[in-house]
Design a binder for this molecule. Structure first.
Ligand code: ZN
Length: 210
């Protein structure tokens, strides 16, 4: 497989902020080049991409546990209420005949974050061990991970809609619990992890092998 040369190979880097392509000149260690147009720092690759993504991803895996084990909310209905975890919330919704909302909650809160973390782990391993397998397909998978990150936010919409419905009814109150904080942290951490991963690294292993 023949690849056209990369910008990094030609000593060029494009600015992450304004897109201007500049020539990278050798600098003493500890100095960073800046974009001549907007003054943003210039890198041909995101800095420490692999270790940063690993750190964020591992933190997300750890917080995924309390996000699912701890209660996320307590719905107090006519003075009585029990704390709900995400899964028990899904069960309750099913029991009350709200199957579409239950499925949406299950998909957005349990499947999407897990799928996203697993795909990012796989992409990181592929970069770390310099796999040659289909970099184009892996790039597509990375884009999918970026897109489904927005779907995790769906859950926050679901919770807001539930809160609004409950408060309109004014028969029940809903309180957020510790699990909700962990869940929000998982969503944010996986978003940052996807952001810090540099998909160009997947192509570098092909470059150096020529
Ligand atoms: Zn710029």
């Amino acid at each position: 497989m023949s690849l056209p040369g990369t910008a990094a190979g030609a000593g060029l880097a494009s600015c992450h902020d304004c897109g201007l392509l500049s020539r990278l000149v050798p600098l003493p260690p500890g100095h960073v080049a800046h974009c001549p147009r907007c003054d943003a720092p210039l890198h041909s690759r995101r800095v420490n991409s692999v270790s940063r993504t690993w750190a964020l991803l591992i933190a997300a895996y750890i917080l995924y546990v309390p996000a699912n084990v701890l209660p996320v909310s307590t719905v107090i209905w006519m003075g009585h209420g029990e704390p709900d975890t995400i899964l028990s919330g899904v069960k309750t919704l099913f029991a009350h005949g709200d199957a579409p909302v239950a499925l949406l909650l299950f998909f957005a809160s349990i499947c999407v974050p897990m799928l996203k973390m697993l795909l990012l782990t796989w992409l990181l391993l592929s970069v770390q061990f310099r796999w040659m397998w289909r970099p184009r397909d892996r790039t597509v998978i990375y884009r999918i991970v970026e897109v489904i990150g927005r779907w995790s936010m769906l859950d926050i919409f679901v919770i807001s809609i539930l809160v609004a419905l409950i408060q309109l009814g004014s028969l029940a109150t809903m309180e957020a619990q510790a699990g909700a904080v962990s869940f929000a942290a998982v969503v944010v951490l996986t978003m940052f992890a996807a952001e810090s991963f540099d998909p160009r690294l997947m192509w570098d292993s092909l470059e150096s092998d020529r």
